[in-house]
Design a protein around this ligand. Structure first.
Ligand code: SF4
Length: 426
């Protein structure tokens, strides 16, 4: 589906862990708990991400790990049971790395996980509950594509335990949906939201703006339609042309910078007026309806990612480790069957930690409390004082004894602000 939160930058630099522990099912636990270069006083909250890597077809702007299959019964279908078996095996192998830690949120993303059958989601959630200490009130989100909505199936997802839907609408305008290569039209988008509302009180609508040929009035019409459904949460993304996408190779005519800035400004004002709080670059929520899963990413919490190409960030008392599973579904299935789903893992160096933290935390409009930086990175504020002082001088952050937040200038020039925390190789 559309736009996952930035889960963190994962520079592939050599680390003691990478040298001592071959990628595999997670490696010997002793390598993770051996003495390291940082000290964490407490481990952060833990989330689970489950990746489903198939879509009906590939959208021209999409750079996610998604692979097209066809619905023609004569063609190859995605192997539902085999994939569920692999997810279970993947999770079982990873358990020693998160032993005893409660899981606060689950996000089933993709790809298009709403292609899974009702029975498959039921089995997946039963497997997760059997293997993990899931919080009783865990937020469990499923990404859904309006081209896959059937009322009975979604009611069943709800009774299996999914309690939040994130619906990839993108636009309510037929011409724009077609330009984006979406499999649904505007009528299906509206119907999907109606079905979602009948079973779920908590849901998010994903929309994009600055679409090919879009005018300010068309952008306003899209957002007004979304607001008419009173969604508890909205994600409003500026379309970007990502490398390795069809749109990057054959760029469509997009609105100019002034028009897209006007769209952005209007969105900020209109959502505020409608009672939404913009708590992150592209995320808007009604009171108490922020995405708990995404907040955990942005607060530099931990996450275990299972499934093809999924990323993990896991903390241990003296190190933070990043992992990536094999990306291609066929390779992932084969590697998981062989007991080695992890393609790459490395320890985040102390030099990279401040940047990785800021890359996430400064996306939040309210920034972060000072203690969170210390707690989640195991480092002192002194280690980032020169960068903070520079950011303050340039008017990019405001701070007091308790917290640090980007100013509106800092939010506008977020990349420049985050880059201040990069350390040179020298
Ligand atoms: S539905 Fe389109 S945007 Fe979403 S993951 Fe599939 S190909 Fe990518």
């Amino acid at each position: 589906m559309m736009n996952h939160p930035i889960a963190g930058h994962a520079p592939a630099r050599p680390s003691p862990l990478a040298h001592t522990d071959a990628p595999g099912s997670g490696g010997a636990v002793s390598a993770f708990i051996a003495p390291g270069r940082i000290r964490l006083t407490a481990l952060p909250p833990l989330s689970l991400y489950v990746h489903f890597p198939w879509c009906v077809r590939k959208c021209p702007y999409c750079d996610f790990n998604s692979h097209a299959f066809t619905r023609d019964p004569n063609d190859a279908q995605f192997p539902e049971t085999e994939y569920l078996d692999a997810l279970r095996a993947d999770l079982e192998a990873a358990l020693p790395l998160i032993w005893g830690r409660p899981v606060h949120t689950v996000f089933i993303g993709g790809g298009t996980p709403s292609l899974l059958s009702a029975q498959a989601i039921d089995r997946l959630l039963s497997d997760l509950r059997a293997l993990l200490p899931l919080d009783a009130d865990a937020e469990i989100t499923l990404e859904a594509n309006p081209g896959t909505f059937e009322a009975a199936k979604f009611a069943s997802f709800r009774s299996s335990g999914v309690n939040r839907l994130s619906i990839g609408i993108q636009s309510f305008n037929d011409a724009h949906l077609q330009a984006l290569g979406r499999i649904h039209d505007a009528a299906q988008a509206r119907r999907a939201v109606e079905i979602a509302r009948s079973s779920f009180d908590n849901f998010n609508l994903d929309l994009m703006f600055a679409l090919p040929g879009q005018t300010l009035a068309q952008c306003q019409a899209d957002v007004e339609t979304a607001l008419s459904f009173a969604p508890p949460h909205l994600s409003l993304y500026h379309l970007t042309l990502e490398p390795n996408t069809y749109f990057h190779k054959y760029p469509p005519a997009l609105p100019d910078d002034d028009t897209s800035a006007d769209m952005q400004e209007w969105i900020h004002a209109r959502t505020r007026e409608a009672g939404y709080h913009r708590y992150e670059v592209s995320a808007y929520a009604k009171a108490h309806r922020q995405s708990r899963h995404n907040l955990n990413y942005w607060q530099f919490g931990d996450y275990l990612g299972i499934g093809a190409g999924a990323h993990s960030k896991l903390s241990f008392p003296e190190r933070i480790v990043r992992q990536m599973r094999y990306k291609h579904p066929a390779t992932y299935l084969a590697q998981t069957a062989a007991g080695v789903p992890i393609q790459e893992q490395h320890e985040v160096s102390a030099r990279d930690l401040p940047f990785e933290f800021m890359l996430n935390a400064l996306r939040l409009t309210e920034g972060f409390p000072v203690h969170r930086f210390i707690e989640r990175t195991g480092m002192t504020m002194t280690s980032v004082e020169p960068a903070l002082a520079q950011a303050e001088r340039r008017g990019l952050i405001r701070r007091d004894h308790a917290g640090i937040a980007p100013t509106s200038l800092g939010q506008r020039f977020l990349n420049d602000l985050q880059a201040l925390f990069l350390k040179d190789d020298a």
